[in-house]
Design a protein around this ligand. Structure first.
Ligand SMILES: [Zn+2]
Length: 422
């Protein structure tokens, strides 16, 4: 299958999904059990409004259209010969291989970022403002966006150099060597990035003493991390949506609550959300996620080598590329990884939804307060505009969490939950 066919198939899938996610005739309430339970558990009913539908639909359109556009751009950079010209420019400008890579990849990144800016602006800034979910001025958003692009560039340059060196040394087995090298890199990403990267964008301060802190400390003790620091992060600088998370392992474990969550939700709901996050820690989802990522890479990397090698053999000469280790061939790899990851999304999201469901079960058992969790979920749907009932294909492809409707049913249906695992 050539890339044109891949893009065509993706377009057909995207259009199909958009049609499926079209608004239904009238705002329909959630499936019966939620509303029945809502009446008896003081959980407000959840009515899906046209505004919620519009936000969901534009989000899905943005995702699929953005993915296709990204592929088209990479293909265009190759087919137009632009990639080869950027390489020539970098080779004329500097001698050192690191500098050449930095210049070539800097120009490529800047060009792609510029071409994708309208979508980034619409999805990251305008749409969030229009729905009242963003708290940022355009300048602040732009600053964060530029910082994000710069951090990605700085992390990518040494990674690309590593890949190039490995291909040079072992043209046949480089995917396996790269997989070995990816173990510490992925470990850094999962365990250390929250401590190193996140503070570049936000400030973390300890949760002040008080009744809420005592309750969260009790949850932490139950989870086996009684001394874990509890932080509040100033996400209100960027957003009005709510969240919390637990990161790290053992001594590095830390509980982080978005300040928006504290400002907008009552203590019971906050404790319910933190209970869910504790579930991820207790059930070892962080190390499991690490293992799953490595297993995925063990499939993705050799497959990428195959597909990229095949594409280069077929089109390399026409695109003025000199082979696998040519800087100008980089978009071939970026495109291949992007397409393969997209195709794997239903699997990775399915695994993630399973873990999220287990964390809900843990949170429910740990807090014994299904209605509070259900009220938090209703808030996620009505305020944060999380689609409570996505079309099945959208759920399959995009949802890393079970849809809110399913989660509310679950936490309300298990009012007398037994401890987890019994
Ligand atoms: Zn979770």
């Amino acid at each position: 299958m050539n890339a044109a066919k891949i893009i065509l198939c993706s377009a057909v899938i995207a259009v199909g999904l958009l049609l499926l996610s079209r608004p239904r005739a009238a705002a329909s309430p959630l499936p019966q059990p939620v509303q029945q339970a809502a009446a008896s558990d003081s959980v407000p009913p959840l009515v899906v409004t046209p505004r919620m539908r519009r936000y969901a639909r534009t989000g899905y359109a943005l995702y699929f259209a953005g993915t296709l556009y990204g592929w088209a751009l990479l293909w265009g950079v190759l087919a137009s010969g632009l990639s080869a010209r950027l390489r020539d420019r970098a080779e004329q400008a500097v001698k050192n291989p690191w500098a050449r890579l930095a210049v070539y990849y800097g120009l490529l990144t800047a060009g792609l970022a510029l071409a994708q800016f309208p979508l980034a602006w619409y999805g990251g800034f305008w749409r969030e403002r229009a729905y009242g979910l963003s708290a940022q001025s355009f300048g602040a958003w732009l600053g964060d966006w530029l910082k994000g692009e710069a951090v990605t560039w700085a992390i990518s340059v040494p990674l690309i150099m590593l890949v190039l060196r490995l291909i040079q040394r072992s043209p046949r087995f480089w995917p396996l060597w790269l997989w070995g090298a990816s173990v510490p890199i992925v470990a850094f990403g999962i365990f250390l990035a929250p401590l190193v990267i996140d503070p570049l964008f936000n400030k973390f301060t300890p949760l002040p003493p008080g009744a809420l802190r005592v309750r969260i400390e009790q949850l932490a003790a139950q989870a086996g991390i009684p001394h874990a620091p509890i932080y509040v992060v100033d996400k209100s600088r960027q957003t009005r949506t709510t969240n919390a998370y637990v990161t790290g392992l053992g001594a590095s474990a830390r509980i982080v609550i978005w300040d928006t969550t504290l400002q907008q939700l009552p203590s019971d709901e906050v404790v319910g959300i933190v209970g869910h996050e504790m579930g991820h820690y207790v059930l070892k989802h962080i190390p499991w996620g690490f293992a799953e990522t490595l297993a995925g890479l063990l499939i993705l990397l050799p497959l990428t080598a195959r597909v990229a090698g095949w594409t280069l053999a077929k089109r390399g000469a026409r695109w003025d590329l000199r082979g696998m280790t040519d800087l100008a061939a980089l978009p071939v790899f970026l495109l291949t990884v992007s397409v393969l990851s997209f195709l794997a999304d239903p699997i990775t999201n399915g695994l993630s939804r399973r873990m999220e469901h287990q964390a809900d079960a843990y949170g429910l058992a740990a807090t014994h307060n299904g209605p509070a969790l259900a009220r938090a979920f209703v808030y996620f749907a009505s305020h944060d505009l999380s689609d409570p009932n996505p079309p099945p294909l959208v759920k399959l492809w995009l949802f890393s969490h079970p849809p809110i409707g399913e989660r509310i049913n679950f936490v309300l249906g298990r009012k007398n939950a037994l401890p987890y695992g019994t």
